[in-house]
Write a protein that binds this ligand. Structure first.
Ligand SMILES: Cc1cc2nc3c(=O)[nH]c(=O)nc-3n(C[C@H](O)[C@H](O)[C@H](O)COP(=O)(O)OP(=O)(O)OC[C@H]3O[C@@H](n4cnc5c(N)ncnc54)[C@H](O)[C@@H]3O)c2cc1C
Ligand code: FES
Length: 252
């Protein structure tokens, strides 16, 4: 069943968070259908393919996006101004399955993998420990937003210039009952292994280059464990994900 729509969404707020990361809130009726962890496919004038950006926060009739300039498309999106409109296809994909939000859980984000966790972590509030990792102090984003949502925070940087020095995976609390994560593949692999060791569930949000964004082009294949002769099958990050149960993701 098609649950997404396309809408022209006015930009209500725009802020620059770091030298190359932007924070944009648009007005959107699609917010009513969105769940944490889903993404939007945003049209960039002059580009054939839309750009996938995760939904960072969901308001009553607003969607918030936090994105980094990586190439031409995101550079053009960053040049948009309040009052301009984005043509957005959303909400897409499967988001996080939150389950019982009174459980003690952990959100782990690396770099630009942090924004997709904000809405979900906020629903757990004080039951969520949010561990975020960045290259250095100049790359740190969204700490105040998680704090305002009631979450406990552990900040780490690779060079120790802010927060703790080290990898996010070192700081997982003993009483964590589920891990939710988004970030670089080595971090996700390490979390999947840690969750297996502890015998707790782990949901991870994957990123893959995308074309259609709705499961029609096979552009975003990922390897999933399956009950097949080979032991695996291809899935679509855009349609089967971007959030997957880590235990079925085949990182080999
Ligand atoms: C489900 C999903 C959610 C995402 N959420 C965010 C987010 O919240 N914030 C954020 O900063 N970035 C996010 N990304 C990454 C973002 O989509 C890319 O950085 C962006 O598409 C790059 O486009 P570009 O034109 O600037 O770069 P170019 O390199 O010029 O892009 C060329 C083509 O490659 C595709 N592409 C390039 N890099 C990526 C990538 N890493 N992932 C997917 N497609 C890529 C582009 O969409 C475009 O079609 C997400 C990606 C996915 C798949
Ligand atoms: S992007 Fe077309 S199938 Fe996923």
């Amino acid at each position: 069943m098609k649950t997404y729509d396309v809408e022209s969404c006015e930009i209500l707020r725009k802020e620059q968070l770091t030298k190359d990361i932007f924070d944009v809130t648009v007005r959107s009726e699609m917010a009513k259908a969105a769940v944490p962890g889903q993404f939007a496919h945003i049209y960039v004038p002059g580009k054939t393919l839309r750009r996938p950006i995760s939904i960072c926060q969901i308001g009553e009739n607003t969607l918030r996006f936090v994105f980094q300039i990586r190439g031409d498309g995101t550079r053009l999106l960053a040049e948009s101004q309040v009052g301009d409109s984005w043509d957005i296809l959303a909400p897409l994909g499967n988001g996080f399955s939150l389950g019982d939000t009174s459980r003690k859980v952990c959100f782990v984000g690396g770099g630009i993998g942090v924004p997709p966790l904000l809405e979900a972590a906020g629903r757990f509030g004080e039951n969520a420990v949010v561990i975020t990792g960045f290259r250095n102090k100049d790359a740190v984003i969204l700490q105040e937003d998680f704090r305002r949502a009631g979450c406990s925070l552990i900040l780490t940087t690779d060079d120790g210039s802010a927060g703790e020095h080290g990898l996010v995976t070192q700081f997982l609390p003993e009483d964590c009952q589920e891990i939710f994560a988004c970030g670089p593949t080595p971090m996700l692999k390490a979390l999947k292994a840690e969750a297996e060791k502890r015998g707790i569930p782990c949901q991870i949000s994957l990123e893959e280059r995308m074309a259609c964004g709705v499961g029609a082009c096979l552009g975003c294949a990922c390897k999933l464990k399956a009950d097949t002769e080979s032991g695996w099958r291809y899935g679509h990050v855009c349609k089967d994900g971007p959030v997957f149960d880590a235990s079925i993701v085949d990182f080999t």
